[in-house]
Design a protein around this ligand. Structure first.
Ligand SMILES: *[C@@H]1O[C@H](CO)[C@@H](O)[C@H](O)[C@H]1NC(C)=O
Length: 251
């Protein structure tokens, strides 16, 4: 909610200073307002999803948590990936059997819960969420589903800030010392390529191979072109569907 409070008082000042740039300024204001509204709507959506799931699921039962998310999505606009993409995600997790998973863009915690329930006993999830309120609500849902802090960690940062700190998860945990085996990207698509490059540069990906999953929401194709070219350049095994892209990066 602070975003509206921040951007609205700014607008009259901008409009006043630059009368002769009116066209440009108006379009800028329009874009800023649309952006702020999108974020506020996103926050409202996360809060009502959380309230619905928290009060209607059976606490401690992971299947009930996921079913309640799906029930919510049947009648409300939801940011969760939903059961169809969820099943593709499950398939990949079962195949890769990852010890360390990185999720960028946690949203309501739906995909985090889906991932966690299929990890092997020593498996861990690190999930990154830019918005601190969303991060808190998502974390609560993971706990409600019955997972413990020894199995997951929520980082309330931007992905660019979080990635350089991930070394500590490799060092502190003997079982996951090889690197990240699975990356799920469902945050800002403009960040997909820079974040993959940073993960490679920081040598955080498992040297024996890592699978990268990219969620395609309603982004424009050119937003994903950079990362697609990069993945193709690495001669990765690429599986592309309308909603998701899976790339197995070999050493
Ligand atoms: C729980 O579910 C009921 C029935 O679907 C719904 O009417 C109610 O609003 C939900 N609770 C919350 C807090 O969303």
């Amino acid at each position: 909610m602070w975003l509206i409070a921040l951007s609205v008082p700014l607008l009259p000042a901008i409009v006043m200073v630059s009368g002769h740039y009116r066209g440009k300024v108006a379009s800028l204001c329009h874009r800023a307002l649309a952006w702020a509204l999108r974020l506020v709507r996103r926050g409202a959506c996360v809060k009502s999803t959380h309230a619905f799931v928290f009060s209607n699921c059976t606490h401690g039962k992971v299947d009930s948590v996921l079913e309640t998310f799906d029930l919510y999505a049947e009648t409300h606009r939801s940011l969760c990936i939903g059961p169809q993409i969820g099943e593709v995600l499950d398939e990949v997790v079962r195949r890769v059997c990852p010890l360390l998973v990185l999720e960028l863009g946690m949203h309501c915690g739906y995909s985090s819960v889906r991932l966690l329930r299929l990890l092997p006993p020593r498996g861990r999830l690190v999930t990154v969420e830019l918005d601190p309120i969303t991060a808190d609500l998502g974390e609560e849902i993971i706990l409600v589903a019955g997972f413990k802090h020894s199995q997951f960690q929520v980082l309330a940062h931007s992905s660019a800030e979080a990635i350089p700190t991930l070394h500590s998860f490799l060092e502190s945990d003997q079982g996951t010392g090889d690197g990240i085996n699975l990356v799920l990207m469902d945050h800002d698509p403009q960040q997909y390529l820079p974040d993959l490059l940073a993960l490679e540069r920081e040598e955080l990906l498992c040297p024996s191979g890592c699978t990268v999953l990219l969620i395609k929401r309603n982004q424009r194709a050119e937003n994903l072109r950079g990362i697609l070219d990069h993945i193709r350049g690495r001669r990765a095994d690429l599986i592309e569907s309308t909603v998701m892209l899976s790339a197995a990066l070999s050493p």
